[in-house]
Design a protein around this ligand. Structure first.
Ligand code: BTN
Length: 243
């Protein structure tokens, strides 16, 4: 595994925010921030991410300029690394809901939020990869609004399992990251995907369009077909699937 500088925090507003500040002040690539809980965990689409004790909340700093990688593949690659790590530590079988949500037995167990920062000259000085895994059952259980759609990996909190999980996760992350331009993660990304071949809903703003998920191309875009037989590649956005 790459040498990483790990900063462990008890609690923080958001590991992504914390690391973003460090990055602006020159923190080196591969700095990792891990927190036991977050008071303002951020999700995609400006949503919040429930971040009680019992989860793993972690952010990694990457610098595309010096590291030379294709930033568009980072979220998909990270999804495979996290999914592999959960499978290895638990013996269970997770799946990936395009683009990068990890599901276990039909419920979401991990979310990933990558934030890239652009400088005024259009360059991307850094990317923060934020990963939130519900590793253990939260002490107060999940709040009612996500109780039916969220799950956890283990019932009982266990420090050794948590440490081992973080080690496995970071080593998988860097194993795939070193090969990101060769896309070694891609076959697993397709294999583990739970939308392929299924009827889905494509969400665009306020509108919802029914479609069928056909394939994932080499750039991790999702090819969908609408009822009128027109096809479209989606490169980001939200899709829903009935599980
Ligand atoms: C999502 O599913 O909407 C994405 C959730 C991403 C949550 C992680 S937890 C660590 C990092 N810090 C944050 O504030 N968010 C990400």
């Amino acid at each position: 595994m790459k040498p990483v500088k790990i900063i462990q925090l008890n609690t923080v507003d958001s590991t992504n925010n914390y690391l973003k500040e460090l990055a602006k002040n020159g923190a080196c690539e591969n700095t990792v921030v891990i927190a036991q809980s977050q008071t303002a965990g951020k999700g995609t689409k400006n949503r919040s991410f429930v971040s009680e004790k019992g989860g793993v909340y972690l952010s990694v700093l990457l610098r595309p300029d010096t590291m030379g990688f294709d930033g568009t593949l980072i979220t998909s690659m990270t999804a495979v690394a996290v999914s592999d790590a959960i499978d290895q530590i638990s013996g269970k079988k997770t799946q990936i809901k395009w683009v990068n949500d990890i599901y276990l037995e039909g419920k979401k167990v991990c979310g990933i939020l990558c934030e890239s920062v652009l400088s005024p000259d259009g360059k991307m000085p850094f990317v923060i990869v934020g990963i939130g895994v519900n590793l253990f059952k939260p002490q107060q259980d999940f709040p009612p609004e996500i109780k039916d759609i969220a799950t956890y990996v283990f019932e009982q909190e266990n420090t050794k399992i948590k440490e081992d999980f973080i080690t496995i996760l970071l080593s998988k992350f860097y194993e795939y990251f070193e090969e990101i331009n060769n896309k070694t993660f891609l076959s697993k990304y397709r294999e583990k995907n739970l939308v392929l071949g299924r009827e889905i809903s494509v969400i665009k703003g306020e509108k919802i369009y029914p479609a069928k998920a056909l394939e994932i191309d080499d750039n991790c875009r999702l090819l969908v077909e609408f009822p009128d037989k027109t096809q479209k590649f989606l490169s980001s956005g939200e899709v829903k699937v009935k599980l």
